[in-house]
Write a protein that binds this ligand. Structure first.
Ligand SMILES: *Cc1c(COP(=O)(O)O)cnc(C)c1O
Length: 386
């Protein structure tokens, strides 16, 4: 054989029985079959065997299996990011003429998709008050197919009465999808609370180091699995095995990171609540947070992201000055990583609320909380009238 042929058909192969403690990174698009009769293009690889890299290599399916076990799900689909996970859920549950409900407090791009792409497809997505609870029943119509929950909500942190919403939805045969990113799939047990689909931006706590983008869509039962799978296949939501490998590593330290982040975040949030320049702290474990009673009832802990609002005496410009004088907090989006971050939402859109550019969202990282407090104290003193 010519050397070029030999390169592609190597005779000696390294032994394949290396038993690494870590899940190997399996790359691959093509999967080889033993015979023509075995060739298939089946997305149900966990049951029926590997067919094509698009539906995941063993690295992806290992991550899917671990998230699924963590959430006690029927199955988990791994997708390119949290926003892709949201898109997959909409596509699986809505078609032209469908009506869906999404809280005002949902992740911004979820609402953007509702008002953009989905409207163009003839799907009506109606925003609702995150605190609606059982009252949501009044908004359910014959053509309603999906209700989103996101608890706590993005930026303004409202904790929802998810069980009451699920009860109303299921009484009308409507599916409930929960964006469970804050809870990392563990602080709120979606499926014990009868949610149909639990979505996570794995980008946040599972990745945990701000160096990857991935999402998960976990389904409760066969019905949700069958609704999701074909759409997942048609959308071609391929992910990189390298990112899955990083997420698998992240999972191993999730318990210690979450425990430390909870303690540090509470220390910082409680200190902020005592400062005279601050009007309110929006942290689910504090009574000042809307829906705190639902957090107490339904959650097993709190995470690293929360917001606070300066008193009216502090202007939007001073809030910006505060942000820029912080030295340990980076100014940046996203959260769930090991670094502390701060960001102002000047145009946050909530009905009947005007935060006047005074709302700051923090992500607490693994720095010493005492140092973080010193940094905040210095930055607050810098904008306070003497
Ligand atoms: C970040 C985030 C997403 C989107 O995740 P990406 O991986 O960045 O696409 C979705 N939902 C919530 C609640 C988020 O915080």
């Amino acid at each position: 054989m010519d050397w070029r042929t030999k390169l592609l058909n190597p005779a000696p192969q390294a032994r394949r029985d290396y038993r690494s403690l870590a899940t190997p990174v399996y790359r691959g698009s093509t999967v080889l079959f033993d015979k023509q009769a075995a060739v298939s293009d089946d997305w149900q690889q966990a049951e029926n065997g590997y067919t094509y890299g698009l539906y995941g290599t063993p690295t992806t399916l290992e991550l899917a299996a671990r998230i699924s076990a963590m959430e006690s799900a029927r199955y988990t689909f791994i997708v390119p990011g949290g926003q892709a996970a949201i898109a997959l859920v909409y596509m699986a549950y809505c078609k032209a003429g469908s009506h869906a409900l999404v809280p005002f407090t949902a992740y911004g791009p979820n609402r953007e998709m509702a008002e953009g792409l989905l409207r163009g497809f003839g799907v009506e997505v109606e925003p609702y008050d995150a605190m609606a609870g059982a009252e949501i029943e009044k908004l359910i119509r014959p053509e309603t197919t999906l209700i989103w929950c996101e608890s706590p909500g993005s930026v303004t942190m409202e904790v929802q009465d998810v069980p009451a919403i699920v009860k109303a939805a299921h009484a009308h045969g409507v599916a409930v999808a929960l964006d469970n990113t804050y809870a990392a799939g563990v602080l709120f047990d979606a499926f014990t609370h009868q949610v149909d689909v639990s979505v996570q931006a794995l980008t946040k706590y599972i990745g945990g180091h701000s160096d990857l983008l991935l999402g998960s869509v976990s389904v409760r039962d066969d019905k949700a699995y069958e609704a999701m799978g074909p759409v997942y296949r048609q959308l071609g939501l391929a992910v990189s095995p390298d990112d899955c490998s990083l997420a698998l590593r992240g999972l191993q330290t999730l318990p210690v990171r979450l425990a430390q982040l909870e303690t540090s975040t509470l220390q910082v949030a409680r200190w902020l609540a005592d400062q005279p320049q601050i009007e309110t702290v929006l942290h689910p474990a504090m009574p000042s947070c809307p829906g705190h009673e639902f957090w107490q009832r339904d959650f097993t802990g709190s995470a690293s992201v929360f917001s606070f609002i300066f008193k009216e005496a502090i202007t939007a410009a001073q809030t910006e000055q505060f942000l820029e004088s912080l030295t340990l907090f980076g100014i940046g989006m996203s959260w769930g990583g090991i670094n502390s971050l701060a960001v102002v939402y000047p145009d946050i859109d909530r009905p009947d609320k005007d935060y006047g550019g005074r709302l700051v969202r923090l992500n607490i990282g693994l720095e010493s909380p005492d140092d973080l407090i010193d940094d905040l104290q210095r930055a607050i003193a810098g904008i306070s009238p003497a």
